[in-house]
Design a protein around this ligand. Structure first.
Ligand code: NAD
Ligand code: IPM
Ligand code: MN
Length: 360
């Protein structure tokens, strides 16, 4: 199996966690006799500093020329005063648009070993396995007009969707649900927003093609509550762009930490893989970053871009093994014996690597 992976580590903890993820991919290649090549590129704040642009052309070209793009995180407080189109985050939005993936898959799974890591009670998180399907190329992020008029003190963003944009992401949600627990929960704000009324009507129509899948609609505000209250009730959760951004971070609480969450964006020319978390400037450079979200993202690369399902599972199993053995980074150390020191980013990466090589 040959795979050319563009690695865009980005800012803050991005490079720290991505290093651990690529180590795992290298191990899989070595153990399975695969030919994985890694091409590094600049994105985000580090790219602005070195080239003046958050997404240099060389990076975009390398990404478009690859089989998969693995991204760490972007964002750096030193650019906070810049307008949105000049910030590190603009590089991420530009590459998402250029690669064309519109369905962002964000699994949120409660690992039994992490039952005490979540502030939720173990009986609430037990057996939770939610898959968010977040629309990634529409809504407020890309709608026009958008501006901030500093003279009149007025600003505008536009939430816009077309029927076709909703149909294509809804189909992904229903296809995935039909291979899982056969339930789609579509999230909107149809009691207030026209866009949400179009969303609800369109998803209802798409559902007719999937009679084995049950569809329910939830308003986003009460959904934020239901997800914490009875997370086990949800299978596939289909959302527009911003609602999915917010709810998937919230679902990090179920797993114990935002640092546990992986993602894959499919449907475009090249799939994009990124952990859900950001650059975490508050812990960057301290060795405290949890690399498991990035490592589980590497497993998604194997599953969705290399068709290596068995290897993807082996990586996920290696993560289980390490967690079952009691190893924790600081963010998931809640409920551990206070005398037990958390492991660093690098140590956690090495432990997963070791568990993986011993299992294959
Ligand atoms: P964040 O996700 O970076 O961090 C939120 C909190 O979670 C912080 O306390 C952080 O320390 C913790 N955290 C996040 N990832 C962790 C990990 N792997 N291990 C342990 N703890 C972890 O969100 P934020 O602080 O709101 O944003 C910081 C910057 O990141 C901003 O510039 C934002 O725009 C950017 N951001 C980028 C992405 C991305 O590149 N995909 C995603 C989200 C936020
Ligand atoms: C995410 C992030 C991004 C988003 C930002 C950094 C543009 O929060 O990937 O969840 O809002 O999509
Ligand atoms: Mn986010």
């Amino acid at each position: 199996m040959r795979l050319k992976i563009a690695v865009l580590a980005g800012d803050g903890i991005g490079p720290e966690v991505t290093q651990q993820a690529t180590n795992i991919l290298r191990a899989v290649a070595e153990l399975g006799g695969h030919d994985f090549t890694f091409v590094e590129g600049l994105i985000g704040g580090v790219a602005i500093t070195k080239t003046g642009s958050p997404l240099p052309t060389t990076t975009l070209d390398a990404a478009l020329d690859s089989d998969a793009v693995l991204l760490g995180a972007v964002g750096d407080n030193q650019f906070n005063a810049l307008p949105p189109d000049k910030r590190p985050e603009a590089g991420l939005l530009q590459i998402r648009q250029a690669l064309g993936g519109f369905a962002n898959l964000r699994p949120s799974i409660a690992y039994a070993a992490l039952a005490t890591s979540s502030p939720l009670r173990p009986e609430v998180t037990k057996d939770v396995d939610i898959l968010f399907v977040r629309e990634l190329l529409g809504g407020l992020y890309f709608g026009a007009p958008r501006w901030w008029d500093r003279d009149s003190n007025e600003a505008i963003n536009t939430m816009r969707y077309t029927r076709d944009e909703i149909v294509r992401v809804a189909r992904v949600a229903f296809e995935l649900a039909s291979k899982r627990r056969k339930k789609v929960t579509s999230v909107d704000k149809a009691n207030v927003l026209e866009v949400s009324q179009l969303w609800r009507a369109t998803v209802t129509e798409v559902a007719k093609d999937y009679p084995v899948v049950t569809l329910e609609h939830q308003l986003v505000d009460s959904m934020a509550m239901h997800i914490m209250n009875i997370p086990r009730n949800f299978d596939v959760v289909l959302t527009e762009n911003l609602f999915g951004d917010i709810l998937s971070d919230e679902a990090g609480v179920i797993t114990g930490s935002l640092g546990m969450l992986p993602s894959a964006t499919i449907g475009g020319a090249v799939n994009l893989y990124e952990p859900v978390h950001g650059s975490a400037p508050d812990i960057a450079g301290t060795g405290k970053a949890n690399p498991l979200g990035a490592i589980l993202t590497a497993a998604m690369v194997l599953r969705h871009s290399a068709n290596l399902e068995q290897d993807a599972r082996a990586v996920e199993q290696a993560v289980h093994t390490v967690l079952n053995a009691g190893y924790r980074t600081a963010d998931i150390a809640r409920g551990q014996d206070p005398g037990q020191t958390p492991v660093t980013t690098q140590e956690m990466g090495k432990l997963v690597h070791q568990a993986l090589t011993e299992s294959i």
